[in-house]
Design a protein around this ligand. Sequence first.
Ligand code: NDP
Length: 339
Amino acid sequence: MEHHEHKLGWGLVGASNIAREWMIDAIRAQAGNDVAAVMSSDAARGNAYAATHRIPAAYDSLDALLADPAVDAVYISTTNELHAAQAIAAAKAGKHVLCEKPLALSIPDARAIIDACRQAGVVLGTNHHLRNAATHRAIRQAVLDGAIGKALFARVFHAVQLPAHLQGWRVNQPSAGAGVVLDITVHDVDTLRFILNAEPVDAVAMTPPSTLASGTVEDGVMAVLRFDNGVIAQLHDAFTVPYAGTGIEIHGTAGSLIGRDVMTQRPVGEVILRDATGDRPIAVEQENLYHRSLAAFNGAIQGRGAPAASGEDGLRSLAAAWAVLEAARTGQRTPVVLS
Ligand code: NDP
């Protein structure tokens, strides 16, 4: 039988921090994968980025990157308002699409990305990395195994200090989809959907006066989401508190799962099961979250399984984040709207 080695050339859409810090390495960790090109709206910065990261080509337009035959797939990590148009253009050019979260800034735009990728027959993934964490996968499995009986409540602790180099548009550019809800809450929602195997129905929320972000951009939030399996989830997200620590807890009729230091990009943290017999750690084999995301995406391209988070996951997690924003703005309990 003829054997074709799996090769995948990636085009980076956006000369971003996240690509530099995590994704270039994750791409190169996959057999047959490499970064073929980078696109930056600033040619000089794009060239410098390409040189620093040994990327063979730099373009200052998306069309030019998409015309490069060495590009089979794109990783989109531009600011959030650009994701939809770029993802749709890539799909139309026949490229597989791994897009950063939030998938888009509106539900119709997210739907348009999903439709364009389906029509083009290309794989679409949303880079909700936390699903790939060994800790969250262990929590999900324990819930599925009935370790805590019936799950009733969840608490997510994801209030951090946003590092100075990531502030910029996240805290001062509403048109780019700034704010803690589209940055962090959207991840919490996706993680809860993954762990609980349930969908959020509605939200209440409050935001404090901003201290780091400017204008109407929120830099902290406390929200409560109700899921369709009856679970009530409390979320605390912020850009402004360095010492709060992160975690997730799922509380059920027969036990509680407690994840400490798990709302993070790094493969760290611990999971404890607390029940009638006391506290005991659940063993987790830590693994780079982004490597696992890329491995699943490669598998999907080769007809094995699906991306860790699909386009539909991106859309649904975005919809719940919008419900949180709207609930905070109006003070009203707000439904999650999927259209
Ligand atoms: P960056 O601010 O690093 O990059 C976003 C865009 O800003 C780039 O596309 C680039 O534009 C421009 N840019 C970058 N650096 C500079 C600079 N020094 N001077 C001028 N312009 C610059 O964004 P992040 O990497 O923090 O985030 C990008 C996306 O990834 C967002 O959608 C975010 O939500 C998501 N993200 C996801 C994470 C995850 O773990 N899943 C973690 C962090 C971010 P150009 O394209 O024109 O070069």
